[in-house]
Design a protein around this ligand. Structure first.
Ligand SMILES: Cc1cc2nc3c(=O)[nH]c(=O)nc-3n(C[C@H](O)[C@H](O)[C@H](O)COP(=O)(O)OP(=O)(O)OC[C@H]3O[C@@H](n4cnc5c(N)ncnc54)[C@H](O)[C@@H]3O)c2cc1C
Length: 395
């Protein structure tokens, strides 16, 4: 356990995805790091539950590949259904894990004793030394404080950082378990897009978490509107009404629950260039789950801060706002954050806009998908033909 006599290079507040992976990287680099979170074990919470190969590659690069792999259920094919009828098998590797299971697995990979359990109540920031005070009076000092507190607002405001809302209740994420076990479904994973455009719905995705078939439904509705209340009351009936063609692809639609509903705001920090303080992950900018850019964005923050900026900052005296500003101006970080925001806004418009320009974009995307599939099929055919020719020549 740490006490006030300890002096750290970095004090990280919040041990979710951003804080845990950052603290792990810094500890591996030999930095003196404190990680503080209110919970010893991450509690049940509905957050990101699925990610792809690009995000797994980031986990690997940050040294958490084995921990992430051990708690995930991998699938290599997903059945994609568009317009209720167009179906295709897409070869893509996906990893499913309950968010608390993922975070607890990452925390278990940290050096023993790194995590301190407590609620941070106050910050005292300056150009050289930072002090972090817990609600029980414990105090931590460090050269840099990192705020990785996710959606929590209190500490950010205490640090004088405000929040610019870019999309109030931008989308709604609904998570639930299917009643039938994974083995009852005729696909490893399914993504079923809304049958009509110009409405309020994006897609439902079914994927395995161990032996359970999990579902995430993403839409652009409000948490308290009658539709959402009806979904909570009878999710199977609401799902059948929303996507009448789903039953043709998914033989069993009974839902075990519980139904977890989370409204998603798109927001970004404002006034964040401060002496001695860096914001990472959702504390800096949130992501909409529809395009699935949240995990990649969080891990990109960690990779840029730990790998590119912090080594230089710690090698020279002071931790003033001029140093901190370089992290927020990092072109790789800026591009990643901008791409996440753009994808969130584009996905919403593509699903909900009924006008001609958006219909044209949907038609263009559909044609591009067909072209890519056709090229991939042709390439596979050419490979098979070349292999047959080689076999003939070898005789
Ligand atoms: C419903 C939902 C579904 C999502 N689905 C996807 C998806 O499919 N794909 C995707 O890529 N992204 C998805 N996301 C986004 C992704 O989950 C987040 O971007 C990511 O979890 C943010 O991680 P973080 O570490 O920044 O925050 P968090 O994981 O929220 O961590 C914050 C931590 O700070 C701690 N904390 C807060 N205040 C204090 C304090 N005062 N003292 C000490 N500790 C404190 C908390 O206990 C918590 O552990 C989804 C998000 C939501 C809400």
């Amino acid at each position: 356990m740490h006490d006030q006599t300890d002096r750290f290079d970095v004090v990280v507040i919040g041990a979710g995805l951003a804080g845990t992976s950052l603290a792990g990287c810094l500890a591996r680099d030999g930095r003196r790091v404190a990680l503080i979170d209110t919970h010893a074990t991450h509690p049940r919470d509905f957050r990101a539950e699925k990610y792809g190969s690009a995000q797994m590659a980031l986990f690997e690069r940050l040294g958490f590949g084995a921990a992430a792999r051990a708690c995930t259920t991998m699938t290599e094919e997903v059945r994609v259904v568009r317009f209720g009828r167009l179906a295709q098998w897409e070869r893509s590797t996906e990893y499913g894990a309950g968010y608390p299971d993922l975070i607890n697995a990452l925390r278990a990979a940290l050096p023993a004793g790194l995590l301190t359990v407590g609620r941070v109540a106050d910050l005292d920031l300056g150009p050289d030394t930072q002090a972090v005070t817990l609600s029980d009076g414990r105090r931590f000092e460090g050269r840099l404080t990192v705020l990785a507190t996710g959606l929590g607002d209190i500490l950010r405001r205490r640090a004088g950082v405000s929040r610019q809302v870019l999309g109030q209740q931008h989308s709604l994420a609904i998570g639930f378990d299917m009643a039938a076990p994974r083995a009852a479904f005729p696909f490893p994973a399914l993504t079923y897009f809304s049958e009509r455009f110009g409405g309020q719905d994006a897609y439902v995705t079914l994927f395995p978490l161990g032996d359970t078939m999990r579902a995430n439904l993403f839409c652009y509705r409000q948490p308290n509107e009658p539709w959402t209340r009806a979904f909570r009351a009878d999710p199977e009936a609401a799902l059948r009404a929303l996507m009448p063609g789903l039953a043709r692809h998914c033989p069993t639609l009974a839902i075990a629950g519980p139904v977890e509903v989370r409204p998603i705001d798109l927001a970004r920090a404002r006034g964040h260039v401060r002496d001695g303080l860096v914001l990472v992950g959702d504390a800096f900018q949130t992501a909409c789950p529809v395009p699935g850019t949240g995990i990649g964005k969080v891990l990109n923050d960690v990779e840029r801060l730990a790998g590119v900026h912090l080594p230089g900052w710690l090698a020279t005296p002071g931790m003033g706002a001029d140093k901190i500003a370089r992290y927020y101006a990092d072109p790789v970080k800026r591009a990643c954050d901008a791409a996440s925001l753009r994808a969130s806004l584009y996905a919403r418009a593509l699903a909900t806009q009924a006008g001609l320009p958006w219909a044209a974009r949907r038609a263009r995307n559909r044609a591009a998908r067909h072209a890519i599939r056709y090229a991939a099929d042709a390439a596979r055919g050419a490979t098979r033909a070349a292999a047959a020719l080689a076999a003939l020549l070898a005789v």
